[in-house]
Ligand binder design. Structure first.
Ligand SMILES: CCCCCCCCCCC/C=C/C(=O)SCCNC(=O)CCNC(=O)[C@H](O)C(C)(C)COP(=O)(O)OP(=O)(O)OC[C@H]1O[C@@H](n2cnc3c(N)ncnc32)[C@H](O)[C@@H]1OP(=O)(O)O
Length: 378
């Protein structure tokens, strides 16, 4: 990786020696990186990081991270490899690299970077409202609908809005073959230099807010699990009112494999739903359930053949959405009483604090590093 970084930095340097990117070009490129539709991959992200640091701070001037701080060590190595490359050259190389990542059709229509942010940002989470139903769709099919940090925040916002809109219920589903592969593991690799503890704290705050919004959601909340579900996309199901699943869906919570621990109140809801014996096998040993098994354990309301899922489920939901909305909300609040919600908030807080510490553990960093280097898959 270091050789690639050095080679590319030198190549871009030689090729563009006569050009000079202005500070404004650089600032725009920094904004454009955040708007990229396609994930450029870890190698490019590391290069961008190194060039950004060189352009803004000059030669690497911070101590080498510890041996177990894998991610920061890769980043440090890449920055350090740029040696004494002048700041202006690093700035130009950064701008060139970013423009090479933007398809020409997009570059011409993009205009001022700030103006399209919202539009592009909302592509990964699509929210629509029709027939009394607000639909929230995980829409990153090429990444198996893995949930980025930004998506957590968008979903939190979408739920807060849906709780006040005039729809009768809210339905989650996924686009493509997966419902969702859970937390996007690259969320862990975008650590701003240095303060990994602060980063983990911010992650825990985002997660806590996200789960709190599910706990407090006042209207019927339905999941249409169109395919395999992993991690947090499974655990949140314990906070839904109804879960319909395709017979192709699977339910997998590989927390121990990832050096992590349960979230979304599943350490409380799963034993309550399926009994401790079955919940332990899922949450501690990461046993993957088929749709039929998840139905038998009470996590899923009903399983449909994949070929008829969409037709049957949406027809049923449209009919349900015509029921008197206040009656449905009041029934929900009786079932999920205020004391139960209080308990769920306390569980959520504890799970988030536990995860915050886990994310800094050698076990977790090692598992994420393995996934990133493609040695390990579930
Ligand atoms: C400090 C952190 C701040 C974070 C902010 C808040 C964090 C809250 C965190 C809450 C805790 C959540 C826990 C979980 O959800 S644990 C579960 C995590 N998920 C996984 O471990 C799944 C990993 N993915 C896989 O094992 C396989 O991809 C999978 C079995 C799902 C599919 O395998 P398949 O062979 O069919 O497909 P590919 O692997 O080729 O996948 C296609 C592309 O999609 C990318 N992908 C898939 N899943 C993820 C993922 N979870 N994260 C990132 N990327 C993912 C995969 O890399 C492929 O991409 P490329 O085509 O670019 O290679």
């Amino acid at each position: 990786l270091l050789q690639v970084v050095r080679f590319l930095a030198a190549r871009v340097h030689l090729g563009r020696a006569t050009m000079r990117a202005s500070q404004k070009d650089f600032d725009n490129a920094v904004k454009q990186v955040k708007l990229l539709k396609e994930d450029p991959g870890n190698e490019v992200k590391v290069k961008l990081y190194a060039l950004y640091k060189q352009a803004t701070e000059g030669s690497c001037n911070v101590p080498k991270p510890g041996v177990f701080d894998f991610i920061n060590k890769v980043k440090w190595d890449a920055w350090n490899a740029l040696g004494s490359l002048p700041k202006e050259t690093a700035r130009q190389n950064y701008v060139d690299l970013v423009s090479s990542l933007i398809p020409s059709s997009e570059a011409s229509s993009r205009g001022e970077p700030g103006t399209q942010e919202k539009l592009l940002a909302s592509e990964d989470v699509v929210v629509t409202s029709e027939d009394g139903i607000t639909k929230i769709v995980f829409n990153r099919p090429t990444k198996k609908n893995a949930i980025t940090t930004q998506m957590y925040q968008e979903i939190t916002q979408a739920l807060k809005t849906a709780s006040k809109d005039n729809s009768a219920m809210t339905v989650f589903t996924g686009n493509g073959d997966y419902y969702s592969s859970g937390n996007d593991l690259t969320n862990f690799t975008s650590t701003p230099s240095g303060n990994i503890e602060e980063f983990a704290k911010r992650g825990a705050d985002i997660l806590r807010d996200f789960v709190d919004t599910f706990i407090d959601f006042p209207k019927p909340l339905v999941a249409v699990v169109n395919g395999p579900a992993v991690g947090i996309s499974v655990t949140t199901l314990g906070l839904f009112d109804v879960v319909y699943a395709s017979d192709k869906a699977t339910f997998h919570t590989p927390f121990s494999h990832l050096g992590q621990t349960p979230e979304a109140c599943s350490s409380y809801t799963f034993p309550k739903i399926m009994g401790p014996a079955k919940a332990n096998e899922m949450l501690i040993f990461g046993k993957k359930l088929t749709a039929g098994e998840a139905y038998a354990q009470g996590l899923v309301t009903e399983v449909f053949p994949d070929s008829t899922l969409q037709k049957e489920v949406w027809a049923r939901l449209k009919a349900y959405a015509k029921l008197p909305p206040n009656a449905m909300r009041i029934s929900k609040s009786l079932i999920k009483s205020s004391s139960e919600r209080e308990k769920l908030h306390a569980v959520n807080a504890e799970e988030c604090t536990t995860l915050q510490a886990r994310w800094l553990s050698e076990e977790c960093i090692g598992a994420v590093t393995s996934f990133m280097s493609r040695k390990a898959k579930l």
